[in-house]
Design a protein around this ligand. Structure first.
Ligand SMILES: [Zn+2]
Length: 319
């Protein structure tokens, strides 16, 4: 049972003369409750829809690691709205013949965000050239993540000296790839698990200690499946990495556009190549246990701009 009304939206201080001064917002408005197709589970989503705002936000919760879907409201007089959460900014644009923009965008609350009020700002431009600014505070709720100790091969906590330079280059390469934002939205509809028939461990955000020495935060979820099980693309996009990395083993990164990336790894075999376009549900690799892994499973993580978010928080959204 999810906790309701544990989060509060508040009108923030005025920003110049054009700020929309909202009264204490009727914070959590309509509840959008969807049943999964197989009828097995209900996902509760909240919608933030204050009067006068040109967009809505849909999300599961405001915990660290959650994804928020911003959508331009139908009938709004604003043609273009810039929405900012902390350091992230996304532009929502009304569909038109000559615009490559999108009326929706995703924002992420990074896994490491301290419980605190975060500024949510928006600036809208009307067709007549006038503009208006809005500001709210959203209160990120505290979340306790589980802790665990794991035992792995010694080389996975203390790599051999001759590998250190290549490990450093790998992390630079991955950071570069995740920093290149494609302007177009390449995904189609909602995201799905790369192993739809297998149950994930609830281990997003887990604080780990490997071999009693190396501390690490688990910024994805693990899904256990027999070796050789085919994993599929969580959504359509472009393959931006299909390679073997030291810690994550055989790895596939898919760019879904607009700063959204899915990262799946520890495979035995990869079935796609860098540069290739993939469709949602297309086989991309076979489950294995390469890299820092304790048995056959798939590690799935998601980045939205620089935010590390729970993949299932993304998959819950009605895109
Ligand atoms: Zn993992």
């Amino acid at each position: 049972m999810r906790k309701r009304f544990a989060v509060r939206w508040r009108a923030a201080a005025a920003v110049g003369a054009v700020t929309a001064l909202l009264a204490m917002a009727p914070a959590l408005g309509a509840q959008d409750v969807r049943a999964k197709e197989d009828g097995s589970a209900i996902i509760g989503l909240d919608i933030f829809d204050p009067a006068g705002a040109p967009f809505t936000l849909t999300f599961r919760s405001l915990d660290p690691g959650e994804v928020l879907l911003a959508r331009l409201k139908e009938g709004t007089p604003f043609l273009r709205v810039m929405v900012s959460l902390g350091a992230q900014s996304r532009v929502l644009e009304a569909p038109s013949g000559d615009s490559s923009g999108s009326p929706m965008a995703l924002l992420g609350i990074d896994l490491g965000t301290e419980p605190q009020p975060l500024k949510l700002k928006a600036k809208g431009w009307r067709a007549d050239g006038t503009e208006e600014s809005f500001e709210w505070l959203i209160v990120v709720t505290p979340k306790e993540f589980p802790q665990t100790r794991l035992q792995v091969a010694p080389a996975m906590t203390h790599p051999p000296a001759e590998r250190l330079e290549s490990i450093r280059r790998e992390s630079v390469l991955v950071a570069e790839i995740l920093g290149r934002v494609s302007a177009d939205w390449l995904a189609e509809g909602a995201f799905q698990s790369p192993l739809p028939d297998h149950k994930p461990f609830p281990n997003f955000g887990q604080q780990r200690v490997y071999n009693k020495t190396v501390a690490s935060v688990h910024s994805g979820v693990d899904i256990s499946a027999p070796r050789g099980t085919r994993a599929v693309a969580p959504n359509s996009g472009r393959i931006v990495l299909a390679n073997k990395l030291y810690y994550s083993g055989w790895t596939v990164i898919i760019d879904h556009g607009r700063g959204v990336f899915t990262y799946c790894c520890h495979f035995d075999k990869v079935l796609v190549k860098r540069g290739e376009s993939v469709k949602k549900g297309q086989a991309i690799a076979e489950v294995g246990s390469t890299g820092r892994s304790t048995g056959p499973h798939l590690h799935w993580s998601v980045r939205i701009l620089s935010a590390r978010v729970d993949p299932f928080s993304l998959a819950a959204l009605p895109l």
